[in-house]
Design a protein around this ligand. Structure first.
Ligand SMILES: [Zn+2]
Ligand SMILES: [Zn+2]
Length: 84
């Protein structure tokens, strides 16, 4: 009895998380070396061109990356390209 209640609670939480993702804006991850962008739901965590860890948000102000053509942070203006 208690076990059934616990399992139902877990399922409800999962459904709520899926709804939040549907309403959140589409975000991208960006390679700071070659500026290649991948969709935020992509399983890629590292750039397949150069192995650099992709940025999922601005490392300075945490603003989300909302365009695949982003070169500068929309929140603080910092360039995403890494220093050479
Ligand atoms: Zn890259
Ligand atoms: Zn920023």
């Amino acid at each position: 009895m208690n076990h059934d209640l616990n399992r139902r609670g877990t399922q409800n939480r999962g459904a709520a998380e899926r709804r939040e993702q549907e309403f959140s804006p589409l975000t991208y991850r960006l390679c700071p070396r070659c500026l290649r962008a991948v969709p935020g739901h992509s399983p890629e965590r590292y750039c397949v061109n150069d192995g650099t860890k992709l940025l999922s948000a601005c490392p300075v102000c945490q603003a989300a990356i909302l365009s695949p053509y982003t070169l500068f942070c929309a929140g603080c203006g910092r360039p995403f390209a890494a220093e050479p």
